[in-house]
Design a protein around this ligand. Structure first.
Ligand code: NAD
Length: 258
């Protein structure tokens, strides 16, 4: 415990799923946590539950759309105002968007998916890095991509493309920010039991697990949260520019089916 004592973190998409599990784990390990999420209702639920666990002094929620530059700037500034500094930025918010054939996909859908999944990560890196460079004490930036950014899967090509861009963005940012002591790493989750995965297809994750995933149990948000904890902590001090798959071995099984 206390692997993040005294550190301050911003987590986008922290009101649900992977982001929420990570916020809880970071709090358990002593961090101050600012959650930014579009969903105010879920954000309030999160705040209330963390207060009940005695974390109210170390937890803040801000309604934020990661595709909006002013919102991201306000989010990282809130962390500095509330807790004095920003040490960890977890650019995690994302949407899956619609599935479909390339001949049918609406260009607006492409724009919306890239605005959240890719532009949102770019803005998060940009504004966190500005603060971290000014603080001159290094930092850890973690992005959530997806196994879909490493493989191709029928029907999910907009999502796959948006996540592939996140992987390359993270590597390029790691190269540029390394001399400031800022590490940038990307997590590629496989199939994880969250509302994003269940939406519209409640049995989807179980089906993938049974048909292709080597490890015979469900991927849970906590599995990804532990990877984020490692990348946030000083235990990964010499790790930058990586893409960490946390997928029950699914990558070894080849392309993802939708
Ligand atoms: P989730 O739906 O449980 O959580 C996503 C959160 O992001 C929600 O709280 C939502 O309100 C928030 N969000 C959506 N759009 C936003 C915006 N514009 N601004 C701010 N917040 C916004 O989903 P999750 O599974 O926890 O997803 C987290 C990340 O993990 C996403 O980037 C997703 O693509 C990625 N991922 C998930 C899986 C999986 O199997 N669940 C697999 C690979 C990658």
């Amino acid at each position: 415990m206390n692997r993040l004592a005294g550190a301050s973190a911003v987590i986008t998409g922290g009101a649900s799923g992977i982001g929420r599990a990570t916020a809880e784990l970071f709090l358990e390990h002593g961090a101050n946590v600012v959650v930014g999420d579009l969903n105010e209702e879920q954000g309030t639920v999160f705040l209330n539950e963390m207060a009940a666990r005695g974390y109210s002094d170390r937890t803040t929620f801000l309604r934020c759309d990661v595709s909006d530059e002013a919102d991201i700037k306000a989010l990282v500034e809130t962390c500095v105002k509330s807790f004095g500094h920003l040490n960890i930025m977890f650019n995690n918010a994302g949407i899956e968007g619609a599935f479909g054939a390339i001949t049918e996909i609406d260009a607006d859908h492409w724009d919306r998916t890239f605005a959240i999944n890719t532009r949102g990560v770019f803005l998060g890196i940009k504004h966190a890095a500005r603060i971290m460079i000014g603080q001159n004490e290094g930092g850890s930036i973690i992005n959530t991509a997806s196994l879909a950014g490493l493989t191709s899967g029928s029907g999910a090509l907009v999502y796959s493309a948006s996540k592939a861009a996140v992987i390359r963005l993270g590597q390029s940012a790691a190269l540029e920010l390394g001399n400031h002591g800022i590490r940038v790493n990307t997590i590629c989750p496989g199939v994880v039991f969250t509302p994003l995965m269940h939406r519209g297809k409640p049995d989807r994750a179980d089906a993938v697990m049974r048909s292709s995933q080597p490890l015979p149990f469900r991927g849970e948000p906590e599995h990804i949260a532990h990877a984020a904890l490692y990348l946030a902590s000083t235990e990964s001090a010499f790790v930058s520019g990586i893409c960490l798959t946390v997928d029950g071995g699914l990558l070894t099984a080849g392309p993802l089916a939708d």
